[in-house]
Design a protein around this ligand. Structure first.
Ligand code: LAC
Length: 217
């Protein structure tokens, strides 16, 4: 892959493992951990897109709470405020994927995070994982009250870096995010952590990698 003028990374699922909440889910609701974790994540994302379409933005922390509440209701799990808070707090301490260690080997090329996460969530998870020094910018879509894959959300990165989209490599493990980034004009790089099929959204990434280590020249 030709070296870009900057790298922009998605956060959840790409740098931070959203399944880190599985242990808390399983401990709180024995036997239901995997299903709750998966439905929670899928509702959290679905609500971001639906609220975007409805023009009713709420920050990602709210959607994370609402997604969890819905998932508990759908699975007939009794959730009270204490359990809700305990599970939600798991998002502040998501594990970074081990391959984030290679980020220091990308040379002097500026690196940023652009995430749907709220500023509070992002600051917490980045600092708790010890990755703060790896990024020059941690950008939240909250600045424009919209969500990826809307172009307004991706524009936050080009505006902040003062670069054109074609000069930026955007890395995400989320297929829908990669499609949105490619459509916006970024050099989209799909970190296919799940060995998933390509999303059928009419957009192809410039590169498909299996680990962040594949970015190192
Ligand atoms: C992010 C999530 C949605 O933007 O993957 O970090």
């Amino acid at each position: 892959m030709l070296q870009p003028k900057a790298y922009v990374f998605d956060a959840f699922g790409t740098l931070f493992d959203t399944t880190s909440v599985l242990a808390r889910c399983e401990e709180t609701f024995p036997g239901q951990g995997p299903e709750l974790t998966a439905l929670w994540r899928s509702k959290q994302l679905e609500y971001s897109w639906l609220r975007c379409l409805m023009g009713r933005y709420e920050d990602f922390w709210t959607l994370t709470r609402d997604g969890l509440t819905f998932a508990c209701h759908a699975l007939h799990l009794r959730i009270d405020q204490d359990r809700l808070d305990h599970l939600l707090e798991g998002y502040f301490t998501l594990e970074p994927f081990p391959d984030t260690a290679v980020l220091t080997r990308l040379g002097d090329i500026p690196r940023a995070i652009l995430s749907n996460g709220s500023p509070t969530m992002l600051n917490a998870v980045v600092s708790n994982s010890g990755l703060t020094s790896r990024f020059q910018h941690v950008l939240s879509v909250d600045a424009v009250k919209s969500y990826k894959p809307s172009p307004d959300a991706y524009r936050i990165a080009t505006d902040c870096l003062g670069l054109e989209a074609k000069d930026i490599v955007f890395v995400s493990s989320n297929g829908w995010d990669v499609a949105g980034a490619a459509s916006f004009g970024f050099r989209a790089c799909w970190l296919n952590r799940q060995n998933a099929p390509l999303e059928m959204l009419g957009q192809k990434p410039e590169a498909i990698i299996r680990t962040l280590g594949d970015l190192v020249p």
